[in-house]
Design a protein around this ligand. Structure first.
Ligand SMILES: [Mg+2]
Ligand SMILES: [Zn+2]
Length: 179
């Protein structure tokens, strides 16, 4: 089984410093849904692992988060793709949970759910904490230059072995060439 783990904001959709708080604010990045659809057609399973501290901050409810994900899934289906599962951390930075990236909890949960060795599983993110969680979980970290990606790249100090792509579409190109 081929599995890919994706961060959501800044990887699949435009991010906002003010959080994505409603379905209207969720807008796909150019080419991202088509890229996921190409993975789906090639038999990959695609899972999202996303920090959503806006829940803990009281900015939106779990119901709204579900509505945002319903929009994501609908637009993705129209592009011919699907997401197998969406894992989210609803906690805040002060909650000391094990799921909020840079901790590896969500990714380890995904590994258990699919009963898969994470070593060859790529995990894409635009922020350092995504790459740190990926590295900690034993995944292959991929930095995408969309969202916070350029800032993350400029700051440097990326986990060993981090690979880089301009966009999710460019990264998927590499994966499908390797496969
Ligand atoms: Mg992000
Ligand atoms: Zn958490």
């Amino acid at each position: 089984m081929k599995l890919a783990i994706l961060d959501r904001d800044g990887v699949i959709n435009h991010d906002s410093d003010a959080f994505i708080k409603s379905p209207d604010e969720w807008v796909a990045l150019p080419g991202s849904l088509e890229a996921i659809a190409r993975l789906s057609r090639a038999g990959w399973r695609v899972v999202i692992a996303s920090n959503q501290s806006g829940i803990a901050r009281g900015l939106f409810s779990m119901e709204t988060l579900n509505a945002i994900h319903a929009k994501l899934r609908k637009e993705l289906a129209q592009a011919g793709g699907s997401i197998d599962a969406i894992f989210t951390c609803p906690h805040g930075p002060g909650d000391d949970c094990s799921c909020r990236k840079p901790r590896a909890g969500m990714l380890l949960d995904i590994g258990r759910r699919y009963d898969i060795d994470l070593q060859n599983v790529p995990a894409v993110g635009d922020s350092l904490r995504d790459l740190q969680a990926a590295s900690e979980a034993g995944c292959a970290p991929w930095l995408v230059m969309t969202g916070n990606g350029q800032k993350t790249w400029d700051k440097g100090d990326l986990p060993a072995g981090t690979q880089v792509g301009e966009s999710l579409a460019a990264i998927v190109d590499v994966w499908l060439q390797e496969a």
